[in-house]
Design a protein around this ligand. Structure first.
Ligand SMILES: *[C@@H]1O[C@H](CO)[C@@H](O)[C@H](O)[C@H]1NC(C)=O
Length: 661
């Protein structure tokens, strides 16, 4: 059973906190980033004075930098300042659900061949368990610090992605905690707390909530995210799009927010002082830095033609409140912008105060004595970390149908199992995007193989499933088995960054394979759907021969073990869907570009997410999220909270089964 929010602090977290606090030591022999005590030129300088207030140290350092040196610090690969004993720093690392090598700041190899790869966020969100989310953040930051200590990672991670999963086609919906704005905000705050630690102003690592705001479109009907102007009502901004970010900043105390590529109501988000300076910094009091998405300033100059010169583009961004550019643009054009009088050196100083303060909070200017300096290769992929990856997958799986009930399977009655489908023996598919290199994998086939003798057939060559060449062998396998498990769904070839889906059905001929097998199989047929976005599974819901449906998201490195544990009743699937599973019809006349959340019956506009859409859904209500967002508006302020749903009385019966049943 998933529960409501659990506030109990697990004891192993307290323990790891104590260990890390007591161990300020040399960081794995890595040369200090700055303030090396053996460097005579910086010895005694105030910015290296660990006992001075950070604000004073930052002011001292900025006072010593030339304009040329300053502009080279405005970008992700910040240049070294050898004159002051400061090394170069790569700001761009990622840790969406485990330390990732997507950004240039992190690499695997040597003593660090991999890191614990947790389920994709949409799966972890389905647990509705804040304690779990914070625990995952803490494990990820342990592994990140360990890698940093050996020179393999940075300390600034541009995660989590908390854009509201507004349209079911969005290729990056998998990265998010779903469609509920407060749930997304609670996820953000918990995960960020886990990543950043709770040592006062000190940062274990610095997280970043992205991408602010109204971004959930990659490429629809010729409109891409680099050119899209999201037209958003004030009400939807207040009680939908702002909410996760507001909670991330105010409750999670995140050290950074990233602005997006798109425009909101005609202004690129990274050039909008109302969004950056006034809202994020002014109203929400961000204690941290605002970073652009990668090359978004270049994008609004080159692709959106928002300004007529690159200097104006750089100046607008920095004056709007942007502190750091991902990509070279600000480094190339800011100095000229100052010379042309479009930007003052004081504006640049303001940006540097925000970035340098975060670097100092991370301890980068403290010389060789580093917090968490004891962490090393032994702290990555530990049995406890890998167990948490398995536990997260178990808590995130969602049972959508259990006719009979057929589940859990019995290892006595279901001794021989046909395991079929393009996702039945996958590994990297299970970790989704923004992943790293996993410690190891348990595929669904391997997991099920621990409980039963398996007969394996792909059924389709890949998830596109364009032909039926492999159907007969799969059908034959299902005739010989006591039960048939079909692991179908999507992967990054169907939904990904830069790639939205065009439909909600299982791709190609997958559905046909499932139905044929259900007809021919000797034992019960169980459909396991692996996908980030929702699938229209109406055909399977209505087919009495498909006895059970389980949605597993992208369940991470241990996904196959979790799937098998749930199918055989070792664990109870307690997850709930964090987004609505619409029927395919829903998108027929629905442009992705229409940002309105609320329905408009006169315009035949159905509205978006469970909060505003009341039409038919492809899976029953009891599988949907168990909490919902309630917003109140008064005195020009919007306040949103989570409230429990009322459930139909049959819900418990369908939604869970006891162990060993
Ligand atoms: C939440 O997750 C934690 C960590 O895995 C676990 O100990 C706890 O039992 C979970 N809470 C519920 C109610 O599922």
């Amino acid at each position: 059973m998933a529960c409501a929010y659990n506030t109990i602090f697990p004891s192993f977290l307290v323990l790891s906190l104590l260990i890390s606090f007591s161990a300020s030591s040399l960081a794995g022999g890595r040369e200090p980033f700055a303030c090396d005590p053996n460097d005579a030129t910086t010895k005694g300088l105030p910015f290296c004075g660990v006992t001075l207030p950070i604000a004073e140290r930052v002011k001292d350092l900025i006072g010593k930098l030339s304009l040329q040196e300053k502009v080279k610090l405005l970008i992700n690969n910040a240049a070294a300042v050898p004159r002051l004993g400061i090394k170069g720093y790569e700001w761009w690392s990622e840790a969406l659900h485990g330390v990732s090598n997507v950004g240039p700041g992190t690499k695997f190899g040597g003593d660090f061949p991999g890191a614990t790869s947790f389920p994709q966020v949409i799966t972890t969100a389905s647990s509705f368990n804040e304690t779990l989310w914070e625990s995952i953040g803490r494990v990820v930051s342990d592994e990140a610090r360990a890698m940093y200590n050996a020179g393999m990672a940075g300390l600034t991670f541009w995660s989590p992605n908390v854009n509201v999963f507004r349209d079911p086609r969005w290729g990056r919906g998998q990265e998010t905690p779903g469609e509920d704005p407060v749930l997304a905000g609670k996820y953000a705050a918990s995960y960020v707390r886990g990543l950043q630690g709770t040592d006062g102003d000190r940062l274990k690592v610095a997280a970043s909530c992205k991408h602010f705001t109204a971004y959930d479109l990659e490429n629809w009907n010729g409109v891409d995210r680099f050119h899209f102007n999201a037209k958003v009502s004030k009400q939807d901004i207040e009680d939908t799009f702002d909410v996760p970010f507001r909670l991330c900043v105010k409750e999670g105390h995140v050290a950074s927010v990233m602005c997006s590529y798109n425009q909101v109501n005609g202004v690129p988000t990274c050039a909008d002082p109302n969004i950056l300076e006034k809202t994020i910094r002014g109203q929400w009091r961000l204690n941290g830095y605002i970073v652009s998405d990668c090359d978004s300033v270049g994008v609004y100059y080159n692709s959106q033609h928002y300004t007529s010169t690159p200097e104006e583009a750089a100046a607008e961004a920095i004056k709007a409140g942007l502190d750091l550019g991902c990509g070279p643009f600000l480094g190339l054009h800011s100095e000229e912008a100052v010379k042309k009088g479009l930007l003052s050196e004081a504006d640049i100083n303001k940006a540097l105060v925000n970035t340098l303060t975060v670097q100092m909070r991370l301890g980068l200017f403290d010389g060789p004595a580093q917090l968490y300096g004891n962490l090393g290769p032994k702290d990555v992929c530990t049995p406890a970390h890998q167990e948490l990856a398995l536990e997260a997958a178990r808590q995130g799986l969602v049972l959508l149908k259990n006719h009979g009930p057929v589940l859990p399977l019995s290892h006595i009655r279901h001794r021989t199992v046909a395991v079929i489908g393009p996702n039945s023996d996958v590994t990297v598919t299970m970790i989704g995007n923004y992943a790293g290199v996993a410690c190891g994998y348990t595929s669904p086939l391997q997991g099920i193989g621990k409980y039963a003798k398996t007969i394996h057939q792909q059924g389709c060559k890949d998830v596109a499933c364009v032909d039926d060449k492999l159907f007969n062998a799969a059908i034959d396998a299902s005739r010989r088995a006591d039960a048939t498990i079909l692991v179908m769904g999507l992967d990054q070839s169907i939904e990904a960054e830069g790639r939205d889906r065009t439909g909600l059905l299982l791709p190609g001929r997958q559905q046909e394979l499932v139905s044929k097998i259900a007809k021919s199989s000797r034992g019960p047929t169980i459909l396991v759907v692996m996908s980030g976005g929702p699938i229209d599974v109406t055909f399977a819901k209505n087919d009495p021969q498909i006895t059970a449906i389980l949605w597993v998201g992208y369940p991470g490195q241990a996904g196959g073990a979790a799937i098998a544990d749930v199918l055989y009743g070792t664990t109870n699937p307690g997850g709930k869907l964090p987004m609505t599973w619409y029927p395919q019809d829903y998108i027929t006349n629905l442009p992705m570009t229409n940002m309105a959340m609320r329905s408009s019956p006169s315009k035949r506009y159905p509205g978006r997410t469970y909060r505003f859409y009341n039409g038919p859904v492809s899976v029953p209500i009891w599988a949907r999220n168990e909490l919902h967002t309630l917003c109140t508006h008064n005195n020009h302020r919007t306040h949103c909270v989570l409230r429990p749903h009322r459930r139909p009385p049959t819900w418990r019966k369908h939604n869970s089964f006891r162990q060993g049943d």
